[in-house]
Write a protein of this length. Structure first.
Length: 276
């Protein structure tokens, strides 16, 4: 148990160094403060908080399972570990001039931890798993390309972490667990996704480019995207190899590309042969 605690601290510290390199580095610091960002980015950042906390809570619980702790302690330790990790990030935000400690972020973090804990307590399994997918966006307009480089970064990892226009968050439901008498494949899921497009600033597509000058791209509509798609629960694939089981657990946080239906807040409906 002590070794696991030390390992958890080490992994958390390492991930904080990565965050500092790709998220906070280069931004000015200031005294700890609060910031209300509940209405920003069409809540894509909040979806990210829910998913990330769920991710850490779920795998922290899996690690605590190996210690032999009683089942409920595993669950609660896992949930609280995920929440604590995200709370540290909120403290870092609170000391950044570009952000601040956000209560709405903390609410999203709590929701992510609760999504794991409640399912384990109720069903002793994750019947509804939160997943993530991302596809790179192209910005042919040179002004938009510079803007994307400024706010979303230039390398692959930065874009995956920051570019809300390419992210989708999913709630993937395992049908056979809800309908055990059916003949549905145990690996078959149905997923409900949420994404956004046309985001180049927090509230509207107008931003400062120089002192006294702004770029006005308010003609680009900011839209919410809602998806319905098939998915695969990789943890339902039978295998006796522990290493493969661990790998499938990790990969299962990524939504498998599949056909999908999309409805946007602008009223547009379309079908995708493959949706990432």
């Amino acid at each position: 148990m002590l070794a696991l605690s030390a390992g958890t601290v080490a992994v958390s510290a390492g991930s904080m160094l990565v965050l500092n390199e790709y998220w906070y580095k280069g931004f000015p610091r200031r005294q700890f403060h609060f910031y209300n960002d509940a209405g920003e980015w069409l809540q894509m950042d909040k979806a990210g908080h829910v998913f990330t906390t769920y991710f850490f809570a779920k795998y922290s619980r899996e690690l605590w399972r190996w210690t032999g702790l009683p089942r409920k302690k595993q669950i609660w330790y896992g949930g609280l570990s995920g929440l604590a990790y995200q709370s540290v990030i909120e403290v870092l935000d609170g000391g950044s001039a570009n952000w601040g400690f956000s209560w709405s972020d903390m609410a999203a973090n709590t929701l992510g931890a609760a999504a794991m804990v409640s399912q384990e307590l109720l069903w002793n399994e994750q019947r509804v798993q939160l997943k993530f997918s991302w596809s790179p966006n192209r910005y042919p307009d040179p002004v938009l390309q510079r803007r994307a480089n400024d706010i979303y970064g230039v390398n692959l990892l930065e874009r995956m972490l920051k570019d809300y226009n390419g992210q989708t968050y999913w709630a993937s439901v395992n049908l056979s667990r809800f309908f055990p008498e059916s003949r549905l494949p145990k690996w078959l899921n149905i997923s409900f996704g949420y994404g956004a497009d046309g985001l180049f600033d927090a509230y509207e597509n107008v931003w400062d480019v120089a002192e006294g000058h702004q770029a006005d791209y308010s003609h680009i509509r900011r839209v919410r995207q809602f998806y319905l798609s098939a998915d695969i629960d990789l943890t339902r694939i039978p295998t006796r190899r522990k290493g493969i089981k661990v790998l499938l657990q990790a990969l299962n946080m990524i939504k498998i590309p599949a056909p999908a239906l999309e409805l946007t807040s602008a009223g547009r409906f379309r079908a995708h042969a493959i949706q990432f």
